[in-house]
Design a protein. Structure first.
Length: 81
């Protein structure tokens, strides 16, 4: 079962030549073993993944891979140990 993540709507982009302001939103997810967390990123937006870790209660020697899928291709971005 995939975890569901929520991204608040972003404000409209400023007109050409106007000062640029970038809104940020923060989110988190705890993903059970064998499950996926799916994130729908609106077209033209970027997803910045900056931190990932194993649960502190994970058994010694546990591992996990962080994969990103885009256009049907999966990319390994981290291997957690």
């Amino acid at each position: 079962q995939a975890a569901r993540l929520y991204f608040p709507p972003r404000p409209p982009l400023p007109a050409a030549g106007a000062p640029q302001r970038f809104a940020m939103s923060f989110w988190g997810a705890k993903v059970a073993p064998g499950a996926e967390a799916k994130v729908d990123v609106p077209k033209g937006e970027l997803l910045h993944l900056s931190q990932a870790c194993l649960d502190p209660s994970a058994p010694s020697g546990a591992t996990a891979r962080v994969l990103v899928e885009s256009a049907g291709t999966k990319y390994a971005v981290a291997s957690l140990k």
